[in-house]
Design a protein around this ligand. Structure first.
Ligand code: EPZ
Length: 430
């Protein structure tokens, strides 16, 4: 089982280049199959979730040509299989984007019920509500979601809650529906806008992505194109919070500073210096940081995907903080692990009450999901002594070269592939 072994204590200092956004790329890759021409995607992050989705796309019969570590050409003209049932895909939430893409293009799709990080119950009723409103039937049969339509017709759909996945999925299907679709109460995340921008590059007619209402005039055909994925807001945030936590000085490069406003405003509030220029953001933390209250909200609110990293920062800040998770009901599972490192955190319902401690100490911990795993790595880098983070398969799903990038900033962290390597590294590191 892969693990990270970390010796804490070094401030993170230096520059790090941010990869393409995983959650944007997942929607984008699904969208590419809707054309019968080549679509070239660049700035793809080289992470497990992306590689699994590419495998699933190849399984449909589409041409998937890896042109480099971060570039791919996809052509959906040769698709001959509308059933996506793959051992890996069950573990990955974004497999469901193939439902919207294939329903839009072929009026039929069958995809395994999605898995993904265990952070809450994660229903998909809003996706199905949208598909049905466009005229499709949507049922769950033998563990598969089966969607089918004779014709898709544009509709006015008001989502019951703001959902990134439902917004993207229904937008995909509506892109090739007959007539006009209006989606209300939609997600405004940068990755929703990125998927809409790609679809427009391919000839779609989508307006309003990034606002509460998306208007789509259906088109009969989509064509090829060339598109670069936006930088990953959450990866960038993770490194900036690492700077805050280790009293470091980190510049993230290749970012869109506007996408980071919800994070940098919190970093300023707790005492960090933040500066921005063009496509870079720098965070400097010189002294112990202050407490703050944080509530996760849909974009442009504070992202749930940065909640564990924020909690770790506050665990070492002076005073008492409250972090409220309002998106997923099960996203505090890492708190027990942090407590074993010396943090004083109590979870009451959907809030964590954090009494800042002056130091954390290293110990073996287990990553319960992707972002919590990244937060435990940050905790290890700030802690006194050695931390071993187990079950890092979750982290590898979403962070490209995480250990290497942290090493480039002065962090002592190593990816370990087996028990033998672990013992060897322990002896070297302690
Ligand atoms: C996306 O998940 C991201 N995943 C998540 O990233 C992220 O945490 C989440 O958005 C919120 O920003 C991908 O993009 C692949 P939602 P998604 O639908 O689309 C409820 C990461 O670490 N809901 O916006 O599944 C749902 O239960 C992760 O990269 C319904 O009730 O999230 C939740 O409470 C993990 N019915 C809320 O809405 C539905 O049909 C928001 O979920 C859909 C959602």
């Amino acid at each position: 089982m892969e693990q990270y072994i970390i010796k804490g204590g070094n401030p993170l200092v230096g520059e790090v280049s941010i990869s393409g956004a995983k959650n944007a790329a997942l929607g984008i890759l699904a969208a590419t199959i809707m054309a019968n021409e080549s679509v070239y995607i660049s700035n793809l992050p080289d992470v497990r979730d992306i590689n699994v989705l590419l495998e699933a796309i190849a399984d449909t019969g589409a041409i998937v040509e890896r042109r480099g570590r971060h570039d791919v050409r996809i052509n959906g003209a040769t698709i001959n299989n509308y059933v996506v049932e793959n051992n890996f895909i069950k573990k990955m939430r974004a497999s469901y984007y193939l439902l919207g893409a294939m329903l839009g293009k072929y009026h039929h799709a069958e995809v395994s019920l999605p898995g993904g990080c265990d952070i809450g119950s994660r229903p998909i009723d809003q996706h199905l509500k949208g598909f049905r409103a466009l005229g499709a039937t949507a049922v769950v049969r033998n563990g598969m979601i089966v969607v089918d339509a004779r014709q898709l017709v544009g509709a006015h759909i008001y989502f019951d809650m703001v959902s990134v996945g439902a917004t993207i999925n229904v937008m995909l299907a509506a892109t090739m529906a007959v007539g006009r679709t209006v989606l209300e109460n939609v997600a405004k995340e940068p990755h929703v806008v990125d998927v809409a921008n790609l679809l427009n590059t391919m000839g779609a007619n989508i307006k309003g992505a990034g606002t509460d209402v998306i208007r789509i005039e259906g088109v009969r055909l989509l064509h090829g194109g060339d598109y670069s994925v936006i930088p990953d807001q959450i990866e960038a945030g993770t490194f900036l919070f690492g700077a805050a936590l280790t009293k470091g000085d980190v510049t993230v490069k290749n970012v869109i500073p506007k996408h980071l406003d919800c994070l940098t405003s919190k970093l300023r509030e707790i005492g960090c210096e933040v500066s921005e220029c063009d496509d870079q953001v720098r965070v400097v933390a010189k002294q112990r940081l202050r407490s703050a209250n944080v509530k996760t909200l849909p974009y442009p609110g504070f992202p749930t995907d940065m909640q564990p990293q924020m909690t770790v920062v506050l665990a070492l800040s002076e005073g008492t903080s409250i972090v409220t998770e309002s998106i997923f009901e099960n996203r505090f599972k890492y708190v027990d692990e942090l407590r074993r490192m010396g943090a004083e955190i109590f979870v009451e319902g959907n809030s964590a009450i954090i009494r800042g401690v002056p130091e954390l100490t290293g110990t073996p911990v287990t990553a319960p999901d992707l972002r919590a795993g990244a937060a435990l790595v940050l905790a290890g880098l700030a802690a006194d002594g050695v931390t071993v983070v187990d079950d890092i398969k979750f982290i590898l799903r979403g962070y490209e070269d995480f250990a290497e990038k942290l090493q480039g900033l002065g962090g002592e962290i190593k990816l370990i592939k087996n028990e033998h390597e672990l013992q060897k590294s322990r002896m070297m590191i302690v």
